[in-house]
Ligand binder design. Sequence first.
Ligand SMILES: Nc1nc2c(ncn2[C@@H]2O[C@H](COP(=O)(O)OP(=O)(O)OP(=O)(O)O)[C@@H](O)[C@H]2O)c(=O)[nH]1
Ligand SMILES: [Mg+2]
Length: 299
Amino acid sequence: MTQTKKPFHSGFVTIVGRPNVGKSTLMNALVGEKVAIVSNRPQTTRNRIMGVMTRPDWQMVFLDTPGIHNPRTRLGEYMMQSVREAMDGMDVILVLADATQVGEHDRQIIRDMAGRKTPKLLALNKIDLLPKERLLGLIAEFAELGYDGIVPISAKTGDGLDVLTEALVKGLPEGPKYFPDDMMTDQPERLICAEMIREKALLHLRDEVPHGIGVEMMAMNKENDHFMEIHATIYCERDAHKGIIIGKHGAMLQLIGSEARADIEQLLGMHVNLKLWVKVRPDWRNRMDDLRTLGYDSK
Ligand SMILES: Nc1nc2c(ncn2[C@@H]2O[C@H](COP(=O)(O)OP(=O)(O)OP(=O)(O)O)[C@@H](O)[C@H]2O)c(=O)[nH]1
Ligand SMILES: [Mg+2]
């Protein structure tokens, strides 16, 4: 007796929404590994970041994107271009909103995306912080827009992610396995390490300092199988910011460095000596050469 093999399904899912709604947290939760950095500062994600979720019958390739905003710098323009490019030829668009604070800009994005022909889902995130009645009101508000599903979730607690995954899988066409089972992201290690340093800086710095931070990996020298020496430079935009990043007697830089080192050691599976420098690059977010150095250029 011949058994017909179940066809494999696969496709690309772009996650879009305002800054800080939880796009990167959601992608990490679905992929099951931290492939994108997360922070409570808006505009944390600056590039399109790929995360792959593979099961026996299907594979979903997520593209996490920078939060949609009106750019005021060349970096911001690059970020918005990354969002546009990540929407090209998608199989499914996943629009994400923070259910605790749906504002006019969210509504505009939700309406704009509703007009696209691509299959689309709307996920209302952060329901761990929201009373049920308000959630029902939101679902009713967007019910008529033509989404293929509206799914309440908490990327943080995992609530609703199984329902969301099921709905996403329904939108996948038959297709090949694009990436091997154990591949979670296409980012090179040096980029992930730079992002981990930036994440710790975002975590500990305040006000306008985080927005002006960029991290350049200068060197990753593997001394042997168990030890790597890493040199990285943190860019900032002003002398005053440099002082804040270094901190009193170097305390802030040490804190950022030791937390980043712990994450990097886990990622690389070896001991790391992380050396950080801080450099002032006035207005680097508007300078093409600096943007290119930090990897924020159109390929
Ligand atoms: N309570 C709660 N917090 C969440 C949830 N999902 C994300 N967050 C928090 O929201 C903040 C922003 O999360 P990110 O994943 O960085 O958001 P993002 O949409 O990727 O932001 P950008 O990259 O700036 O566009 C972080 O502090 C997360 O911990 C959730 O389901 N519940
Ligand atoms: Mg993000």
